[in-house]
Design a protein around this ligand. Structure first.
Ligand code: TXA
Ligand code: MG
Length: 317
């Protein structure tokens, strides 16, 4: 499976593979996605297979512009329209009523479709060149840490993917925020657009992050998880002997005694912390340690998305 630096030529080649029914991994501003042309059910089926993703878990459809949006969405409620104008292109996913042309495989049989308009220049150039919407989940194995670098994709998915476009580390490093309209605006997954910003635009959101409902398997209790067991804890109270065989994930301060430490942002900048989060966990997970201890993160702004991923990485939902 070729891993190619994203250039106009490699993007054209990737677009050709997609038009021919291939599956291609590409960078977005949130995380890397594994895309197939939305209408091509054989290609979409390969995406599920490559990720070992259960078919009850619907995919996000990526669109370049309003024309592509109209091909997949039957109706945009007013609050969704407000959010689209304010945050697109960008890391926000809206759940809206689907057009009948969108295959049931993409939406797992739901009458709704998840759509987003990415801002990453490589994602946009690819969409433009393909000329069709791309169904693309995050390009990781189901349940594992999300990919913020092209190497994370090749390590996790290997030969199952036809081509990987390398656009460097993704700028936000955490997945899009997902909002449904049921019909009240409802938060299904906190993500790169802070909930506070969304509420400033359209008023209070209902929260529906419950792990017992299958509306968004990003909501499943065990998700975004490293192979190494991870625990959120007061890192200063972990016994010294335990530290020797453990990694530490901290927000600002490095800590003594751990086998490996990753600091998310020395300046305490949550944007930087979110961008480093999965990357740091990929690194710690690769060291084969007994455990990873993570500092609790305040659930405000981007901290809400990080805390959500930490909870699910522990299998707590
Ligand atoms: O930032 C992102 O959103 C990345 C990039 C590649 O765009 N994609 C991503 O996709 O995170 P994925 O498949 O890992 O997560 C999509 C989430 C899943 O939890 C899925 O259940 C939910 O979106 N979803 C998709 N369609 C849905 C629908 N119709 N109703 C409710 N949830 C839906
Ligand atoms: Mg995912």
């Amino acid at each position: 499976m070729p891993l190619l630096p994203a250039t106009p030529e490699s993007i054209e080649r990737a677009a050709q593979r997609l038009r021919d029914g291939g599956i291609v991994a590409f960078p977005t501003e949130s995380v890397y996605g594994l895309g197939a042309v939305v209408w091509n059910t054989a290609a979409v089926a390969r995406v599920f297979e490559a990720k070992r993703r259960p078919s009850f878990d619907p995919l996000i459809v990526h669109v370049l512009d309003r024309r592509m949006l109209a091909e997949v969405a039957a109706e945009i409620p007013p609050a969704a329209e407000t959010l689209a104008e304010r945050f697109w292109p960008g890391p926000l996913t809206l759940i809206v009523r689907k057009r009948s042309a969108v295959p049931g495989l993409v939406t797992a049989g739901l009458e709704t479709v998840a759509v987003r308009m990415p801002s990453h220049p490589v994602a946009r150039a690819l969409l433009e060149s393909v000329g069709e919407p791309l169904a693309a989940p995050s390009a990781n194995a189901f349940g594992y840490l999300s990919p913020t670098r092209a190497q994370h994709v090749t390590r996790a998915l290997g030969d199952a993917v036809d081509l990987v476009l390398d656009g460097g580390p993704t700028p936000w490093g955490i997945e899009s925020t997902i909002v449904a309209f049921a019909p009240e605006p409802t938060l299904l997954r906190p993500g790169a657009v802070a909930v506070e910003e969304i509420e400033a635009a359209i008023g209070p959101l209902r929260r529906d992050l419950s792990p017992d409902r299958a509306t968004a398997p990003g909501q499943l209790p065990q998700h975004y998880a490293p192979r190494t067991p991870i625990h959120v804890a007061d890192l200063t109270r972990v016994p010294a002997a335990e530290r020797l065989r453990s990694g530490a994930l901290t927000l600002r301060e490095p800590l003594a005694g751990y086998a490996a430490v990753r600091v998310l942002s020395a300046a305490g900048d949550m944007r930087e912390a979110a961008a480093r989060f999965f990357d740091a966990l990929h690194e710690l997970d690769a060291l084969g340690l007994d455990r990873i201890y993570a500092e609790p993160i305040e659930e405000r702004g981007l901290g809400l998305a990080i805390a959500d991923r930490l909870r699910r990485a522990q299998g707590l939902g």
